[in-house]
Design a protein around this ligand. Sequence first.
Ligand code: BG6
Length: 511
Amino acid sequence: MLQVKIEPLILVIFGASGDLAKRKLLPAIFDLYHQEYLPENFVVLGVSRTRWTDEQFRDDVFFHSEFMKLDEVPDEVKTSFGDRLFYQAIDTNSMEDYRMVKDRLDSLDTQFQTAGNAIFYLSTPPVLYDKIPEYLAHFDLNRKPGSYRRLVIEKPFGNDLASAKALNISLKKHFDEEQIYRIDHYLGKETVQNLLVTRFANGVFEPLWNRNYIHHVEITNAEEIGVGLRGGYYDTSGALRDMLQNHLMQVVAHVAMEPPISPSATSIRNEKTKLFESLRPIAETEVAKYTVRGQYMASRIRGETVKGYREEERVPADSKTETFVAVKFFIDNWRWSGVPFYARTGKRLPTRVTEVCITFNQPPHTLFRRQQEMFESANNQLVIRIQPDEGLLLRFGMKVPGEGFHVKNVGMDFHYSDLSENNVPEAYERLLLDCMKGDATLYAHGDSVEYSWEFVEPILDAWKNDATIPIYGYPSGSWGPEVADNMIEPGVLSWRNPCRRLTEDTTCCEL
Ligand code: BG6
């Protein structure tokens, strides 16, 4: 149940006729409304270029949206939510048009008694991230004494370090850091938050969570899908910018940060910023050694032919944009000195899965190695599954019943789905609710965004400047370029290639 009361408010969504608003935001807002998390005095004002009326907006994003699950919703709930949706068409590039936003806000505020509180959610192309805050400020919409005004922005927060810094400077001209909520939807995932509970609420794990016991850490993010219709955007981005710089680095921060002094937004964000500051930059000359990049190629998967990346719509036939990246890196601090971290992400891999796998050191002396033929490598592992089949799996060695001491790896697992009374909430629901409460814990701080760009920048530079660094083709449906398999300890330890289901068995998703 909700512990903090949500104050009356108007949620203004820029880019309201776009894909994200329809697919993710409105369904999340409706779920919150339906579960009675939102106050009586609550309205949504959609703003976009599309020339819609309030009714057309309501129909498109709510009553007739394929993304809304309305079948079992009572009519009165649908009607009362629909009555809270309003729309204002403007030319988002024209400062003068923001007067219409102001007038609309004022009249809705009076009509619904929303106490002057407003959240401006920028679900727009990033080129508007400079303009919208400036134009809002021009009409004094960025601040209102006695009320709150907040700005939510979606990634990408810049395209490189310089543009990320420029964006932060430009946002902070009109909004204070405390008013800015940079959304990284991975932080809204229950299982990413659970990383902190796993580490800091359990006596059994935290003592082991350091260089003395941990051999290495892997973070795998795999997607089965290709770039689909997003080729135009994706080709200017690539896997490093699209997934690793933001989502995966946030996961790294949760795995590796020091214990915060309290669960407050400031303490957690401070520890994360310190962690990002401790990432050892990869020198441009070392990029070929520490990274592998790849691009998916056409292949037949389960009897179907899938296109290669260069054949996708709006992707140039000679594109060098990576759809797979694997990086080895170190964190230069007391806890992690000498422990390698490996992170990889890719499209058109065998399955959709994201997980963290902590591999522990072997015991100092292996008593049972003489039983060679039955001895499985006894590196214990803790697997933290982010999605799907969210949960934890601990892998350890067991004696095979019978004569001698034959050792076999087994798994002990917990699945969130076993908590039948608790649904794993959608990331956007959690994040929107937090923003309404004024809790920025699960939002990215401007400083950490810059540190994370600082880390990936030399990789981007080396890939751009050094033509000798290969971009490997990999067959769609494989685990990426073969060279990436040998990054950990060639012939001894490789990545855990997980299945969709969280199990000890890693062969059930093999194609
Ligand atoms: C987005 C990326 O931020 O995250 C997409 O732009 C990617 O390319 C998506 O597919 C993955 O999110 P999730 O929650 O499905 O893992």
